[in-house]
Unconditional design. Structure first.
Length: 334
């Protein structure tokens, strides 16, 4: 059973899934082993991940190991409708479509939980939060969970400290292969791939401000420099700020950095990184993007408060005309 936007997109989705299978050799090796050993026979696995071909291939690998798999998206703006349709066509239980509203988003999380999963795979901890706050009748059934990203790990650490976390969770984000490679190289490349594809902008010669110098921020700064940008890093941790300087980037406060920026990318996992008077100091034409998990790092309400008009000028790009006539562009709703 699945709920997707358009099953007619399935053939293209299957092609994309088959393509990534050819370029994920480790997972394919695991899949071959799982077909023989069936380690998840009789187990139901529910996931809340970015719904795109690579994560769907993970779902297919778990299914090959005998699991019943139910998947939904952790961010409606990252869902690939063709890949979701392809997943449904290949036998996964998948619920989600691009640009769900909040009600639909939590509805599809609950559709996955209706399968009564034994194991949860989460990205951002939303499914785990729903379990603890709304679907408490399922808690005793859960054997454990995995949490992929920094933001989700921080949320769960807070729950654990309060004694509120009711089952064990593996912090996948703490694995060397996650933060040294996925966070640094994967996030760096994929973020600029999305930004350039959305804006049709050449990065070379631009001043790019990276807000945050954790592992994802390191990757973004590295890729921006590699593309020919003048990179400025903002970072509140003095050791990381010093590291950014020693890595060759200019380091300054956000208030000073935004005055020079052509493109600002937030990647901290915290709220209100760009807010209030920050918008008043931005150049005409400045673009804002967020590579953190939730759209809370750029305060949209504060930007709207100084604007006279907001309109979509290109898919996933909103133009804010400020009261003094400047144009500021927000990508993918932050």
């Amino acid at each position: 059973m699945s709920k997707v936007k358009d099953m007619s997109l399935a053939p293209e989705g299957v092609r994309k899934i088959e393509w990534v299978q050819k370029h994920m050799p480790v997972l394919e090796h695991i899949k071959e082993e799982y077909l023989e050993t069936q380690p998840f026979k009789g187990i139901t696995i529910g996931s809340c991940l970015h719904l795109e071909p690579k994560t769907i291939n993970l779902g297919l690998t778990l299914m090959a190991g005998g699991a019943e798999v139910a998947m939904t998206g952790c961010n409606p703006l990252s869902t690939h409708d063709d890949a979701v349709a392809g997943a449904a066509d290949l036998g996964l239980n998948v619920y989600g479509w691009r640009e769900q509203d909040d009600e639909e988003y939590y509805q599809t999380i609950n559709m996955v939980l209706d399968h009564k999963p034994d194991i949860i795979i989460d990205d951002g901890a939303d499914m785990i939060m729903v379990l603890h706050n709304e679907r408490t009748e399922l808690l005793s059934h859960i054997k454990g969970a995995c949490e992929e990203t920094t933001t989700g790990v921080h949320r769960l650490q807070a729950m654990h400290a309060d004694g509120a976390l009711k089952f064990p969770v593996i912090a996948v984000n703490d694995a060397y292969t996650k933060y040294l490679f996925d966070n640094r190289y994967g996030t760096g490349q994929s973020s600029f791939d999305a930004i350039m594809g959305t804006t049709n902008m050449v990065i070379a010669g631009k001043t790019v401000v990276v807000c945050g110098y954790g592992w994802c921020g390191r990757g973004l700064a590295l890729r921006a420099a590699g593309l020919g940008a003048d990179v400025i890093v903002t970072e509140v941790d003095p050791i990381r700020a010093l590291e950014a300087r020693m890595d060759g980037y200019r380091v300054m406060t956000i208030r000073e950095a935004v005055k020079q920026a052509d493109l600002i990318i937030t990647v901290t996992g915290n709220a209100d990184i760009i807010c209030g008077d920050d918008f008043k100091y931005m150049k005409d034409g400045c673009m804002l993007a967020n590579s953190g998990h939730f759209n809370v790092e750029i305060n949209r309400q504060d930007l709207e408060a100084i604007s006279t008009e907001v309109k979509e000028v290109r898919e996933s790009i909103e133009e804010f005309t400020t009261k003094d006539g400047r144009k500021i562009y927000l990508l993918a709703d932050g």
